[in-house]
Design a protein around this ligand. Sequence first.
Ligand code: COI
Length: 352
Amino acid sequence: MKFEIKVEKVKESRISQFDPKNIGFGKIFTDHMFVADYKNGEWTDLRIIPYGPFSLSPATSSIHYGQAIFEGMKAFASVENNIDITLFRPSENAKRLNRSAVRMAMPEIPEELFLQSLDSLLKLDRAWVPRTEGGALYIRPYMFATDDFIGVKPSENYRFAIFCCPVGPYYNKALRVKVEEDFSRAAPGGVGFTKCAGNYGAALYPTALAQKEGYDQILWTDPIEHKFVEETGTTNFFAVFENEIVTPSLTQSLLAGITRDSVISGLQHLGYTVTERPLSVQELIDRKSEIKELFITGTAATLVNLDGFGFRGTYHGIFEESKTQASKTVKQFLDDLKVCRISDPFKWVEIL
Ligand code: COI
């Protein structure tokens, strides 16, 4: 191991307060967290400490000017194989965090530092990885600017931290989405491809308006013409037509989902044809009778069907359980891979 990480363990674990049969999402945190600080041009003071609050200056620059980025990833337990922790494509998260960092004028994290800190933290909190079907340990690596300074410039100091929470499903039903034409998530040349905190904050108001109309989420359209489907507020998007599965091609305004990429490769491996191309709302409406299913993908959400989509006051119901073979098959394939139930043709799974 290349980096020295100091470890301060909790005096008493809180794990007995955690009920694996009633996990929920994002409310329970494991005993420890990893923290590192960027000072004088380098990452220093690498440490694992008990999970707990940070003390921050009121002038902390990320709170004012938005230099804050994050990742979402999951660890799994393979009960049948007696493996406590598997990770799914962790290097991809390290790389994406660094793409976000560059765009937000933040320092990159060496990939080995990212992976080693993850390894040490997960090994310490391994008892928290749920062993229940559908459960996982959600991992949140993130970085934010810590200068206490009022003035718009890149911060000189940053904190990188990782904490974990045992989770169940993020969504537990087929979702109703509203096609969003009035608001935009991101513009060409903007930060849509990054996982910066502001992308999510900016989505909250349009999402709340859609939820008042009875929708669960919004389906963003392109920021120029509002004609082409992009992604939902929390996931990427797929449409399964009779002979072709389509997902919007990546542009500067779309998040390059790691689950999206895994679903594309998984579907192709399973013999499906997947096309990454612009997909208009009009095409979804014109070819509605050919649509077998719509589904969305993300680390937190995994893979979830859409019930349908609302567009200009008309709701287009799509979901029919009997037509969801493609999503079911690829979800099962990826779920099996993650817990080493099948052999891994892609070498995506890492066992800690
Ligand atoms: C994830 O899927 O991990 C995300 O970061 C999205 C968020 C809605 C939880």
